[in-house]
Design a protein around this ligand. Sequence first.
Ligand SMILES: NC(=O)c1ccc[n+]([C@@H]2O[C@H](COP(=O)([O-])OP(=O)(O)OC[C@H]3O[C@@H](n4cnc5c(N)ncnc54)[C@H](OP(=O)(O)O)[C@@H]3O)[C@@H](O)[C@H]2O)c1
Length: 317
Amino acid sequence: MPPKKIITVFGATGAQGGGVVSTFLEDAALKDEWTVRAVTRDVSKESAKKLSSRGAEVVSADLNDEESLIAVLAGSYAVYGVTNYWEKTDADLEVQQGKNLANAVKKSSVSHYIWSSLLNITELSKGKLCNVYHFDSKAKVEDYVRSLEIPATYFMPGFYMTGVPGAMFGPQPPDNAWTFSLPASPEAILPMYHPGDTGKYVKAIVNNRDKLLGKRFYGATAYMTAQEVVDTFKTVFPEAGKTARFFSVPEEAFRGAMKAQGTPDFIVSELYENVKLFEGPGYYGGESLGETHKLVTDRLTTWAEYAKDAEAFKGLE
Ligand SMILES: NC(=O)c1ccc[n+]([C@@H]2O[C@H](COP(=O)([O-])OP(=O)(O)OC[C@H]3O[C@@H](n4cnc5c(N)ncnc54)[C@H](OP(=O)(O)O)[C@@H]3O)[C@@H](O)[C@H]2O)c1
């Protein structure tokens, strides 16, 4: 049997990277072919220890420290790279972290880099939506990876369906009806993605390396309108669904509610424009999910399946 290839996974203790680790440790074919190296800043934390007990090699590195990245990349065939904008909400820092990782990947002669990217919304919207910093920052890193001529595929995670139940979709006054609230029209289009599925996409990416080098790979189970998200809820929970609805939150009300929670102005604008993007030019600029669904061989989680077991919807009928 040939020696196993190493996939080094950043964000391994988080949602996307955790999904990659699970698939590469558990998939019948992948586990014979790959060794999983899971990166965290703190190998002593519970989630890191769990990864170790499940069979991953857990190592410590910090995206702010290029030398530490070079050390953990030694011998890696593939690398999954992701940054977390929301930890510091600092786009310049996120770009720097992404560049640090790209530099380390370049120096380590990695054969296949998978960068968790997003589109540049300022460019896509022709300057209309210029405050969606966490998209633009990842796109700038993508440009940088391309400039270094790293053999890479750009994974584009969709809209986390895991973020929907709760504040976004919960009981609302005056009648406590289950309400999906967004500052957008019911026709706004959401690429529904479960971050736990990330390994299924990455499996397709590594299994189709040559075909996907230099390409973007869109990560979503399906495009759904905001109204379809509610309609599916009605099907899954016929009783609670009787009064379920979509509510198009007026801009001023959205901004007011966010500010009242202490959200800084620049993030209020960022979140508002992030949602406006769903109305147009679109989260993926209208790209088809056809290639993704052709190449992914595992079943992707649907919104209906996720909603059925979501904690915030527990007990609903
Ligand atoms: N919510 C959405 O709909 C959506 C859609 C598309 C993309 N995204 C993007 O997803 C990204 C977050 O990914 P996620 O949801 O998988 O994150 P997550 O679950 O919040 O986990 C964050 C991960 O990043 C690691 N990390 C953070 N800072 C690090 C550093 N300096 N060095 C090394 N590792 C570091 C953490 O590792 P340790 O703490 O263990 O060190 C952790 O594993 C964000 O940038 C966001 O913009 C979100």
